[in-house]
Design a protein around this ligand. Structure first.
Ligand code: HXC
Length: 259
């Protein structure tokens, strides 16, 4: 597939990188861009050689939100019949390998929601997060009212969604939205370092960890722990578990086969 609104590349043959590329519109997210991103992530997910993905934007903007110009004239019939957001934004939720959001600049509205759909967020020190939809007469529509309070708690989520203010990278890290903050010029190095580290582990264990942590948002503690326990037990059937533990016992580096 030829992409117009994203750039796609791989690093070291094992990290798939999607760069949002609508610089004049601050990477505003329209249907074509979301179709392209979904297709690229699915292709990486299906590629045996890829162990981890990174979604990133530009220095100025990860993404300044859903494309307001495109949305401005949508009717209820358009969004309901067209299954707006659900149809293509949700693709990222079906990706089974880890997806890291490397965020610099603005991550607003749908941009913040897209970052939160990724598995974790590494932020540059110039990152600014917010859910300013209230200023447009709408509310977050890609999971922001659900994922933001889970990440930063009710107080900060309400503050952000009701006032439309932005928070900087330090506040986002203090609040638990982002896992690390790094200088802008180190953002991709940091994200790539994390991705390469993940690629070296057993892909089965990595996918199982992602699946289990995501499960914690969908279930009560007992059911979640039981889900984890069953997957934990199942991992003893993998070659990688034998390799990982044998490598530790014999003081050598594990060579995982993802089997
Ligand atoms: C369409 C956008 C855009 C957006 C910026 N642009 N954000 N176009 N949709 N979300 C365009 C501007 O119109 C402008 O185009 C160009 O990008 C540069 O933006 P400026 O405003 O001139 O830059 P600046 O003054 O630096 O301000 C940056 C900004 C501001 C703070 C990010 O652009 C802004 O507030 N943008 C809107 C943020 C927002 O409300 N996001 C939520 C959208 S609703 P021109 O042609 O004039 O140069 C949403 C719904 C989610 O996301 C629900 C479902 C996903």
């Amino acid at each position: 597939m030829a992409y117009e609104m994203i750039e796609v590349r791989t690093e070291a043959g094992k990290v798939g990188i999607v760069t949002l590329n609508r610089p004049k519109q601050m990477n505003a997210l329209n249907n074509q861009l979301m179709d392209e991103m979904g297709a690229a992530l699915k292709a990486f997910d299906a590629d045996e050689a890829i162990g981890c993905m990174i979604v990133t934007g530009s220095e100025k903007a990860f993404a300044a939100g859903a494309d307001i110009g495109a949305m401005a004239t949508y009717s209820f019939a358009d969004v309901y019949k067209g299954d707006y957001i659900t149809r293509n934004w949700e693709t990222i939720r079906s990706i089974r390998k880890p997806v890291i959001a490397a965020v610099s600049g603005f991550a607003l509205g749908g941009g913040c929601e897209l970052a939160m759909m990724c598995d974790f967020i590494i932020a540059a020190d110039n990152a600014r997060f917010g859910q300013p939809e209230i200023k447009l007469g709408i509310i977050p529509g890609a999971g922001g009212t659900q994922r933001l309070p889970r990440a930063v708690g009710k107080a900060k989520a309400m503050d952000l969604a009701l006032t439309g203010r932005m928070m900087n990278a330090d506040e986002a890290e203090r609040g638990g939205l982002v896992s690390r903050v790094v200088p802008l010029d180190k953002l991709m190095e940091e994200a790539l370092g994390a991705a390469l580290m993940i690629c070296d582990y057993s892909q089965i264990a990595v996918m199982a960890a992602k699946e289990s942590i995501n499960r914690s948002f969908e279930s009560g503690l007992s059911d979640g722990v039981m889900f984890e326990r069953r997957i934990f037990h199942a991992l003893f059937a993998t070659t990688d578990q034998k390799e990982g533990m044998d490598a530790f016992v014999n003081k050598r580096k594990a060579q995982f086969k993802h089997q």
